[in-house]
Design a protein around this ligand. Structure first.
Ligand code: HH2
Length: 282
């Protein structure tokens, strides 16, 4: 089932993050072992995840690049194990089309690409052939250097036009329009003010006919915002309240999915939010 249909049935979707990496910014190394990653995935499902996003290469600034073989070896066994026991959608978080292909063979149905299918010229064609959902994210620069000096004349207009252009390209390549998700890429080549401007612009970003994903969970800009208030949340695991606040704001503005590490808490917040908002969140 496409993510859009799932959203039509369930309302705002929660994508739970499963990083099979030694160096992710918020949970690096904890789930590198396949068995540990599968256990973590099961916990996220039990906590109410609608979608699981499996990643084998960190996009953290300064993270070590991973070879194709290594990325496949990390992610494919986890995808096989999860899809053998769960029929919800599983997403592969990769910029490499070869990894996406192997992940889909193992049972994944969503390709989440932080380069918006731009890493290889053939990525668009592969995405169309795979026939699943795609998530196109905006990033300025590349992970290693993206935070050194991000600059925009008008961050919202630039991110918006980039995402709509990439989405139209994906549609022209053959990906069905309702399977093309867009994501402003919070923290990817953006200062605190850029991130805040994009989150404030959720409604505008959600108004282009492409479903919107917002992914702010535990991100560094939260620490920068808190520092302004004199609080220290340098430990990524201490950013839960802020992550939920951003995601509820996004959902209220029309985001159809949020990508989070803390699924149980996000599920609880969404349940209360939905009850307070009656039926208006579908
Ligand atoms: N952020 C991260 C990874 N993948 N995908 C989308 N679509 N949007 C995002 O904002 C996004 C993403 C970074 O978070 P995480 O996976 O926790 O860390 P790392 O890349 O260090 O593994």
């Amino acid at each position: 089932m496409s993510l859009s249909r799932l959203h039509a049935e369930k309302g705002p979707l929660i994508m739970g993050v499963v990083n099979v990496t030694p160096d992710s910014f918020s949970d690096g190394g904890r789930f590198l072992d396949v068995a540990a990653a599968v256990r973590h995935a099961r916990e996220l499902i039990a906590a109410g995840a609608d979608v699981l996003d499996i990643g084998g290469e960190s996009t953290r600034p300064g993270a070590q690049p991973v070879t194709l073989g290594e990325e496949i070896d990390r992610t494919v066994p986890v995808i096989q194990a999860i899809t053998a026991e769960w029929d919800g959608p599983v997403s592969i978080d990769t910029l490499k089309p070869e990894v996406a292909e192997e992940a889909f063979k193992a049972g994944a149905g969503v390709w989440n690409d932080v380069t918006a299918l731009g890493h290889e010229v053939w990525s668009l064609e592969v995405a169309a052939r795979l026939g699943g959902d795609v998530i196109l994210m905006h990033m300025q620069g590349e992970p290693r250097t993206m935070q050194s000096n991000p600059y925009y004349e008008d961050v919202v207009a630039e991110v918006e036009s980039y995402l709509v252009d990439r989405a139209e390209l994906a549609a022209r390549a053959g990906v069905p329009r309702d399977r093309i998700w867009i994501d402003p890429g919070i923290g990817f080549g953006k200062t605190l003010d850029h991130n805040l401007a994009l989150i404030r612009a959720t409604q505008r970003l959600a108004s282009h006919g492409f479903p919107l994903l917002m992914a702010a969970s535990r991100k560094r800009f939260i620490a920068a915002l808190e520092e302004r208030e004199g609080a220290d949340v340098s430990d990524a695991e201490h950013r839960l309240g802020a992550s939920i606040a951003v995601h509820l704001h996004a959902v209220a503005g029309g985001a159809k999915m949020v990508r989070v590490h803390d699924v149980a808490e996000m599920r609880q917040a969404l349940r209360v939010w939905k009850a307070l908002s009656c039926t208006s969140l579908r």
